[in-house]
Write a protein that binds this ligand. Structure first.
Ligand SMILES: *[C@@H]1O[C@H](CO)[C@@H](O)[C@H](O)[C@H]1NC(C)=O
Ligand SMILES: *[C@@H]1O[C@H](CO)[C@@H](O)[C@H](O)[C@H]1NC(C)=O
Ligand SMILES: *[C@@H]1O[C@H](CO)[C@@H](O)[C@H](O)[C@H]1NC(C)=O
Ligand SMILES: *[C@@H]1O[C@H](CO)[C@@H](O)[C@H](O)[C@H]1NC(C)=O
Ligand SMILES: *[C@@H]1O[C@H](CO)[C@@H](O)[C@H](O)[C@H]1NC(C)=O
Length: 362
């Protein structure tokens, strides 16, 4: 869209001043809980002014959110979102439902939107142990057969979107929380070589895409992060292409790790870039004023940690409104994890993000 491109250019030239544009979210508070007071033009505009590539969001065209005009009217605002990750559309069960038969319909819809809106596209994902089609989970694989299937899958999807994707989560969640390799069907047939096969296929299919491994509980100093760094070193020693690590960052209010920056610097020291790829900060319901204020502080802490390490490319939230968050259905009793509430009102968490990108202290 022309407006998105114009804003893109503006953001690249000079920081948008907080007073230059009117607040866009002035919806009246719909509950007693506090709402954002920030009058900044948008989180992506602030992220870009701060030297990051984007502030972005996951979005899911396999769910009703894509038929919700209010949702879409905010999603398309480049000032707020400069990057999209398809939450489901590019996962194996959707994109290669039959062996060697690709269906790019849903993936193309998100890829086309990023271009229409002038946004960056993150490919998600290549190889993961969940959301697999039946033909993958029900086959009694030998190593040769599965190596071929992984190579064909990654070549097929990365090749289809070649030139349109900033970064791919080529391998998703390969580690257990105790730092051992997850013993999924890929590991059981191929040991860690499935990771090599996937990364090499991705590089060959799109030499310009940044190739990432994405995981959770690697955002802070600990066993799992050390294991991820060891895996990266092993890949590097074998000459396998690897450019970055995705820090998922599904956190809990009041429990955001204190070693984010130190941990991020360890990845930087390996010559990698990284991104915050799936940020949300959930609270035990019911929400209170105090939890909302702590959540504001917590969002600030995460975004500020990204700003402190130059190779942090951007921050992606795992959808931006509580209306469509995956949290309540996954973590019983928890919710309200996003920067916008279920009525599309900006929460104090929004201010926490904005204040961090502005380089202010909270
Ligand atoms: C959304 O609005 C409805 C009615 O307008 C209200 O009952 C509800 O509490 C609001 N939800 C939130 C999260 O503010
Ligand atoms: C491809 O996926 C779309 C979206 O889910 C679906 O409507 C369509 O029927 C699929 N095409 C084929 C050939 O299965
Ligand atoms: C391995 O599996 C493939 C099919 O996935 C099959 O064609 C091939 O014969 C198998 N090889 C061995 C050695 O069992
Ligand atoms: C690590 O975690 C996995 C998955 O929970 C478990 O199967 C395995 O036994 C654990 N290994 C060790 C050494 O604790
Ligand atoms: C995977 O390879 C490593 C290193 O060669 C080896 O120690 C481990 O036992 C292998 N795992 C399996 C399940 O074969």
């Amino acid at each position: 869209m022309q407006s998105a491109l114009a804003l893109f250019a503006l953001a690249a030239v000079a920081p948008l001043s907080a007073s230059a544009l009117p607040a866009t979210a002035t919806a009246a508070a719909s509950s007693a809980l506090p709402t954002a007071t920030s009058v900044v033009s948008g989180l992506n505009a602030l992220a870009r002014a701060a030297g990051k590539l984007y502030f972005g969001t996951a979005t899911d065209n396999t769910t009703p959110e894509f038929t919700d005009p209010t949702y879409l009217s905010i999603l398309e605002n480049y000032n707020q979102f400069g990057q999209l990750t398809p939450a489901n559309a590019m996962k194996w069960m959707y994109i290669e439902p039959e062996a060697g038969v690709f269906n790019f319909t849903l993936g193309n819809q998100i890829a086309d939107l990023t271009e229409e809106y002038g946004m960056v596209l993150r490919g998600h994902n290549g190889v993961w142990y969940e959301e697999l089609p039946g033909w993958v989970t029900s086959t009694d694989w030998n190593a040769t057969g599965l190596a071929y299937a992984v190579q064909r899958h990654v070549s097929g999807i990365v090749g289809h979107y070649a030139g349109r994707v900033y970064a791919w989560d080529v391998v998703n969640e390969p580690l257990n929380d105790n730092g051992t390799m997850r013993e999924d069907l890929f590991y059981n047939a191929l040991n860690t070589t499935y990771i090599n096969i996937a990364l090499e296929a991705a590089r060959a299919a799109d030499p310009n895409a940044k190739l990432y491994i994405n995981d959770y509980n690697i955002e802070y100093v600990g066993t799992k992060s050390t294991a991820m760094q060891n895996l990266i070193k092993q890949l590097q020693s074998e000459g396998v292409p690897i450019d970055g690590v995705g820090m998922e960052s599904h956190f809990i209010v009041g429990e955001v790790p204190t070693t984010l920056v130190e941990n991020f610097q360890a990845y930087e020291a390996l010559g990698l870039e990284f991104a915050i790829t799936e940020l949300d900060i959930r609270m035990e319901l019911p929400a209170t004023d105090e939890l909302y204020e702590q959540q504001k502080q917590d969002y600030y802490t995460v975004v500020d940690a990204c700003l402190q390490v130059s190779v942090c490319r951007g921050v992606t939230v795992w959808d931006w409104t509580d209306k469509y968050s995956w949290v309540p259905s996954t973590f019983a009793g928890y919710g309200d994890a996003c920067p916008w509430d279920a009525n599309y009102t900006r929460k104090p968490a929004y201010d926490g993000i904005a204040i961090a990108f502005e380089g202010q202290s909270i």
